[in-house]
Design a protein around this ligand. Structure first.
Ligand SMILES: Cc1cc2nc3c(=O)[nH]c(=O)nc-3n(C[C@H](O)[C@H](O)[C@H](O)COP(=O)(O)OP(=O)(O)OC[C@H]3O[C@@H](n4cnc5c(N)ncnc54)[C@H](O)[C@@H]3O)c2cc1C
Length: 94
């Protein structure tokens, strides 16, 4: 699958689950980042704080397991994504 196929497939699955309608979508994007995996070392707590504060200072909202650099379960990831989306929507003042 191409990245665009994955994006379209994901959107269609969410619509199929009744999570939102296509016309409710404000933005969509997919990209491959070179470094994404979480490496758990004793220094993660301090390093994670620095990264998250830096991203926050740029108004970048990061979510879920790879965005929070936390070992989240699926329900926690879903809530993290929902809260992040709400922050973005609030910031856009729709
Ligand atoms: C074997 C196993 C069993 C589990 N069992 C449970 C369970 O019973 N209950 C439960 O609640 N949770 C369970 N989990 C945890 C659950 O899978 C995660 O909590 C959940 O998938 C995290 O969702 P996420 O969207 O944050 O990350 P993910 O679902 O991991 O999504 C991250 C996405 O990023 C993509 N990606 C990776 N690298 C890159 C890159 N470099 N560039 C761009 N994209 C990239 C991946 O392809 C993936 O689609 C289990 C996990 C595993 C591995």
């Amino acid at each position: 699958m191409t990245p665009e196929d994955i994006l379209e497939d994901t959107i269609n699955k969410f619509i199929g689950m009744g999570m939102f309608k296509r016309e409710d979508m404000a933005v969509k994007d997919i990209r491959k980042e070179e470094y994404a995996n979480i490496v758990f070392k004793p220094s993660i707590y301090e390093n994670r704080k620095k990264v998250l504060n830096f991203l926050k200072s740029l108004d970048i909202v990061t979510v879920e397991r790879f965005g929070e650099w936390k070992y989240l379960w699926s329900d926690q990831s879903l809530i993290s994504g929902k809260m992040g989306a709400e922050k973005v929507v609030d910031g856009m003042q729709l």
